[in-house]
Design a protein around this ligand. Structure first.
Ligand code: GDD
Ligand code: MG
Length: 364
């Protein structure tokens, strides 16, 4: 099996953290999301992966090179962003016309069985088969209306909630027949969801299969934190400590939590539940971290609390600071002593913050 992973896009909803890394390389339980995806693809029997990249493409080449987990890896680079359909057309030469292939939105964390979808695709002889996931509010997703035979009769991208034909969301996981290349114009931005799927639905060549299990789009801060929680619950379960972690005996680690290599945690700190502490982080005395993602190299000083927040690489958080729900602190930012960032405050990379902020906002 071959797979193409959509790995471009600017991830504006994850700024400022996405200013310095692409969305697929955001750590989840201390490993980039893409590592988890590649691991699943290898298990599903995929032998060749095309990474469709543009924004910060070098970061991917540096991390994965030309092969990983027994799979060959190709980097298909776009000069200009080509949307969600254009990159697939752009990779036509690498994918070839021999057999159906997988196409994946790269910002999804899932335990989906890709080989099952391939089987169903072949059974129906479809041009495209999409995985569907039942959601509460389908207005943030592509939505499909299915017949009993699993044929998609209507596909609408991000409809207003009242107009959604069902609550079956496009999970961003597809099997595509090489015939798909005839449906995607080349050399320009194409949305597969807005331009290609509705047409295939009209022609009766689009099929869908719903599934249950783990599935989440990490594209927004809430989704990113939730993905971390889901993975902690399902994969990590208890707590996992990296190599050379130095911890005082009075430290409490509450399950499930992951602590990376070379982390230092001083006395009476409480970490977890649902914390991911990146490698080389230093947590002072009486620190409290829960339901949060702390990137590598962060310093959190004495008596500070971090709850429901994301702290970027090498940020320095002072003493007696409070970082509350939905806050995102950019890489290398400095939050000075006694500052409270109450909720949904984002801080740009390298910014120094000396005063508290109680309402949601962005500190440039
Ligand atoms: N190569 C490349 N080039 N990749 C891109 C580009 C581009 O120009 N633009 C976006 N991508 C990648 C993103 O990195 C992401 O992995 C994927 O394409 C989907 O783009 P998003 O921007 O995350 O779309 P979305 O989340 O709003 O909606 C999509 O995903 C939903 C499921 O989470 C749609 O496919 C919806 O129909 C779907 O329900
Ligand atoms: Mg997305």
């Amino acid at each position: 099996m071959k797979a193409v992973i959509l790995a471009g896009g600017f991830a504006t909803r994850l700024r400022p953290l996405s200013c310095t890394r692409p969305k697929l390389l955001f750590p989840i339980c201390n490993r980039p999301l893409l590592d988890w995806t590649l691991e699943r693809l290898a298990k599903s029997g995929v032998k060749q992966v095309v990474l469709a990249v543009n924004y910060m493409s070098e970061a991917f080449i540096q991390r994965y090179g030309n092969s990983t987990r027994g799979m060959r890896l190709f980097h298909s680079k776009e000069e200009e962003p080509l949307g969600t359909g254009g990159p697939i057309k752009n990779a036509e030469g690498l994918i070839g016309h021999e057999e159906p292939f997988l196409a994946l939105n790269g910002d999804i964390l899932t335990n989906f069985d890709h080989s099952e979808l391939m089987k169903k695709h072949i059974e129906k002889g479809a041009t495209a088969t999409i995985a569907l996931y039942r959601v509460e509010d389908p207005s943030r997703y592509g939505v499909a209306e299915l017949t009993k035979e699993n044929c998609v009769v209507r596909f609408v991208e991000k409809p207003p909630r009242k107009e959604a034909p069902s609550n079956l969301a496009n999970a961003g996981i597809y099997v595509l027949d090489p015939e798909i290349f005839d449906y995607i114009p080349s050399g320009r931005q194409v949305s597969i969801e807005r331009e290609v799927f509705p047409k295939l639905a009209d022609e009766g060549k689009l099929y869908g299969h719903d599934f249950e299990g783990l599935w989440i789009d990490i594209g927004k801060p809430e989704g990113y934190l939730k993905a971390n929680r889901l993975l902690l619950d399902t994969e990590i379960k208890k707590s996992r400590l990296g190599k050379s972690v130095r911890m005082e005996s009075t430290v409490e680690i509450k399950d499930p939590t992951v602590v990376g290599d070379n982390v230092v945690i001083e006395e009476k700190s409480k970490v977890g539940p649902y914390a991911a502490i990146g490698e080389r982080a230093i947590l002072g005395k009486g620190v409290r971290v829960q339901n949060s993602i702390v990137f590598p190299g962060v310093i959190i000083s004495d008596f500070t609390s971090v709850k429901g927040a994301i702290i970027g690489e090498d940020a320095i958080i002072g003493r007696r600071v409070k970082v509350g729900h939905g806050c995102m602190i950019g890489d290398h930012a400095v939050i000075q002593n006694n500052v409270t960032l109450a909720r949904r405050v984002t801080v740009c990379p390298s910014r120094v913050v000396s005063k508290g902020v109680l309402a949601p906002g962005c500190l440039m």
